[in-house]
Design a protein around this ligand. Sequence first.
Ligand SMILES: [Zn+2]
Length: 125
Amino acid sequence: MTDDGIVRHFFSGFIRLHILYHAAKEPVFGAEITEELIHHGYRLSQGTLYPTLHQLEKLGYLQSQTRVVNGRRRKYYRATASGKRVLNEARGKLHELVAEVLEDHNRDFQTTRRKRHDAGTEPKL
Ligand SMILES: [Zn+2]
């Protein structure tokens, strides 16, 4: 898979969560989101960022407001109540994923497999 393919396949979800996280703390605008994501090692073009922001807004997770800063119009995004709810749900799932993938706590999977094996429905590998 090309680098771009990986970005689309896995990282687009990380990026959406990352945006939601910052927008839940304070209003954020496109250029500073790009900068923040670069800081975290994501290369994100404006052509990807803006459709993502619009999509999150359309889903009702973000709300935008245009402000004039130094004579220029700038669109700020902040998380809505439902965006914050999704973020909280994702937090729980992230905890689980980190525990399993990073800390290697895959006990639930092993327990389930052992039960199936003990019940005789699963051959031992
Ligand atoms: Zn960040």
